[in-house]
Ligand binder design. Structure first.
Ligand SMILES: Cc1cc2nc3c(=O)[nH]c(=O)nc-3n(C[C@H](O)[C@H](O)[C@H](O)COP(=O)(O)O)c2cc1C
Length: 370
């Protein structure tokens, strides 16, 4: 299913950047989940552009829940969220619309949709669609939180500037760190490092360019024994949905590429009994063994590329004539995606983890008692 993800909880996204609406349908939700509208708004605000480090296209994201909620709780029938697009400036795309933006999906969209695609503002490929994912993800995040599962993401690396890592935190401190970063618009563990990162984004914008980096995510409180051994391994499900986020070009679990060239004696996570609970002394495997969660935090790093739409002149082709053409873009773009993508990453992880738990324990696992 091209625009649908999941088995027990199916998430469908729809809409185009300059169409009347974008939205999400969540099908298979448990009945009786509290829908906290303030929480949905908070999450949407974290994705919304703010200041010179983001695009000037600011949308109010005033959504409507069109179905699936009654008296503030999910009914268990498909829940549809509609978000109108109000701040569109389609004329920006009249001139450049047919010159492919390098690194964007203009050319591949033409190859697949034969010119019928709505290319304005990136159409269905736009980062704008992620607002719908964040709105839907907020419902999954609240349901997970009631089960003691929390998700948090910070900017681990931007350009050559590196933040602290979740690895440096004890279990109790990690939970605190997650609740703190979840309140921040620019999500970093170390504030001084964050300022340097914001300066690097501003510098890229001044240079008519963009900058990328790496996000680090921790999912804590997930029970051991969730996931499947082969094709639906917890890593497969999470990376499947993470690679759907526009701009994500790499996903690694635990210590990942950095440490895999070490010896087994250095990489293995020793098992320990801590007050009757099985834990591991280190977490190089990122909380997953054999595709199945082991009860430790799931830790993930995502490579987020620099925004493809840059104001520097670039070499490209005219999509009508296939002639070589120079491209000077108009439109409003983010000099970096990463600080806005972080809440999108939390949201897709929540939708995937919800789905895995519902498959393991059944739909009613998330039903709150009356
Ligand atoms: C929150 C968010 C905002 C984005 N903003 C922009 C933008 O302003 N300009 C742009 O060219 N790409 C932006 N992107 C990235 C493109 O949507 C993405 O690079 C493009 O669809 C091609 O997909 P790919 O990079 O996954 O191959 C954004 C992505 C996200 C997640």
């Amino acid at each position: 299913m091209k625009n649908t993800f999941g088995q027990s909880l199916q998430t469908t996204v729809f809409g185009e950047s300059h169409g009347p609406f974008i939205g999400v349908v969540l099908d298979g939700l448990a009945p009786g989940i509290e829908v906290d509208e303030e929480f949905i708004k908070e999450k949407l605000a974290l994705r919304r552009p703010s200041g010179a480090i983001s695009t000037a296209r600011v949308e109010a994201d005033e959504y409507t829940i069109a179905s699936g909620v009654f008296n503030g709780k999910t009914t268990g029938t498909p829940l549809c969220i509609l978000i109108p697009n109000t701040n569109t400036r389609s004329k920006d795309y009249d001139k450049t619309g047919r010159i492919a933006r390098p690194g964007h999906a203009d050319y591949t969209a033409l190859c697949k949709y034969h010119g019928f695609e709505d290319y304005r503002g990136g159409g269905h490929f736009s980062g704008r669609i992620t607002a719908a994912i964040v709105a839907g993800g907020a419902i999954a995040l609240s349901a997970l939180s009631k089960k003691g599962i929390e998700i948090g993401t910070h900017i681990y690396k931007l350009s050559d500037i590196t933040d602290k890592s979740f690895d440096e935190y004890s279990k109790a401190d990690l939970s605190k760190a997650i609740s703190e970063i979840n309140k921040k618009t620019f999500s970093v563990l170390d504030e001084e490092t964050g300022k340097k990162m914001e300066d690097a984004i501003l510098q890229a914008a001044k240079d008519s360019d963009s900058v990328g980096g790496v996000l680090e995510t921790a999912i804590i409180g997930i029970p051991a024994g969730v996931g499947e051994p082969w094709f639906d391994s917890a890593e497969s499900i999470l990376s499947h949905i993470l690679f759907s986020v526009p701009g994500i070009k790499g996903v690694e679990f635990g210590a990942g590429f950095d440490k895999v060239c070490k010896r087994g004696s250095e990489f293995n996570d020793a098992f320990r009994n801590e007050n009757g609970k099985v834990v591991t002394a280190t977490n190089n495997n990122g909380g997953i063994n054999g595709g199945i969660t082991n009860g430790m935090p799931i830790t993930i790093k995502c490579a987020v590329k620099p925004t493809p739409s840059i104001y520097k002149e670039q070499k490209s082709i005219n999509l009508n004539t296939l002639e070589n053409s120079d491209l000077s873009i108009e439109g409003r773009h983010d000099p970096a995606i990463i600080h806005r993508a972080r809440v999108v990453v939390d949201s897709v992880c929540a939708l995937a983890v919800y789905d895995m738990l519902a498959q393991r324990f059944g739909t009613d696992y998330f039903t709150e008692q009356k």
